[in-house]
Design a protein around this ligand. Structure first.
Ligand code: TXA
Ligand code: MG
Length: 316
């Protein structure tokens, strides 16, 4: 069973930028400080996920959620009715939202939930800030519902595993976007659609079936796309281009430049990716991006750069 000292140790680890595994009522989460780009990059590195999808922020209360998310009357209705519990709400970010751009994959919206699990709530209260947490499994493996599952897959990558026994729901949270009215179902999960619709007295949009298969969240999800033109694999910089650099060996260039990682560290590059893209997009019309190696987090970085380079053509 869980020891209180584990929870305090886990809160200290989060404050130090380290990763922890903790139980929620749905599945175990692999948590890091949601306001730290490096902690969030470490989450992606630990999972070995080839893509940066936006993560869910976990907080102890609706009040905390409102410090970085904008809650309309409809979003408040859902939060007040179903939190704490297995419901994640996607809401617009506040203007001064401190959550890492990598955690939201550069989007203007943020996914947040208040878990019902007692130890999760103690941990979130002890830490104080939002905790970004995907399920605590390696990419492509089943979501963990017991501490042993986490130990087997990620034991060497987390500082503390808070063991709260088997999870009660065993299925990820239901994700509802409050960016639309009526709200839309982005992912079916631990809270039934019918319960949400009964509480609201209206039908949710989305979650439609196509050829008998449900539309995946990926299809309903928006990707961050810069306004600027992005040229990939750049070995040289052309006139009028700003540079998104990687590593110590830079091409000749006198203008605007942001380096993802001067030392060529892929975790640091991931941590800086969205922040640098946003800065360059605000100041330049054309961006030359240096090649990034395809190993480790490089695969996810390149996936995201390719989407950013061709958003219109791909209709993403
Ligand atoms: O039950 C759960 O939700 C677990 C526990 C640990 O809380 N967490 C979890 O996280 O399942 P994850 O990373 O597997 O799922 C996050 C999903 C993304 O794949 C995406 O579909 C959605 O949340 N998401 C996050 N932010 C979003 C946003 N701004 N807009 C749309 N979808 C978003
Ligand atoms: Mg998962």
């Amino acid at each position: 069973m869980v020891q209180t000292s584990d929870i305090l140790a886990a809160a200290e680890a989060l404050k130090a930028g380290e990763l922890v595994a903790f139980p929620t009522e749905t599945v175990y989460g692999l948590g890091g400080d949601a306001c730290s780009d490096m902690a969030v990059a470490a989450i992606f590195a630990a999972k070995g996920r080839p893509q940066f999808n936006p993560l869910i922020m976990h907080v102890e209360s609706l009040e905390k959620a409102r410090s970085f998310g904008v809650f309309t009357a409809r979003a408040l209705e859902l939060a007040e009715r179903f939190w704490p519990g297995p419901l994640t709400l996607v809401v617009p970010k506040t203007a001064d939202c401190a959550v890492s751009l990598l955690a939201t994959a550069g989007l203007d919206s943020v996914a947040v939930r208040v878990p019902a699990h007692a130890e999760a709530r103690q941990l979130l209260a002890a830490f104080g800030g939002p905790v970004a947490a995907p399920s605590a499994n390696l990419s492509g493996r089943l979501s963990p519902t017991q501490a042993d599952h986490v130990r087997d897959q990620l034991g060497s990558k987390v500082s503390v595993i808070v063991d709260g026994g088997p999870t009660s729901v065993g299925l990820e949270s239901t994700i509802v976007s409050c960016l639309t009215e009526p709200p839309s179902l982005l992912r079916a999960g631990g809270l039934a659609r019918g319960d949400i619709e009964a509480a609201l007295g209206i039908s949710l949009s989305g979650g439609e079936m196509e050829d008998g298969k449900p539309l995946s969240p990926g299809q309903l999800q928006h990707h961050y796309a810069p306004e600027a033109m992005l040229r990939l694999g750049a070995e040289t910089v052309e006139d009028g281009e700003a540079l998104l650099a990687f590593g110590p060996n830079l091409p000749a260039h006198k203008g605007l430049m942001f380096n993802l990682s001067p030392s060529g560290d892929l975790v640091e590059a991931a941590a800086n990716l969205f922040a640098h893209l946003h800065e360059l997009d605000a100041k330049a019309e054309r961006i030359a991006a240096m090649p990034v190696p395809e190993h480790g987090l490089g695969e996810a970085i390149n996936d995201r750069l390719r989407r950013a380079a061709a958003p219109r053509a791909l209709g993403l």
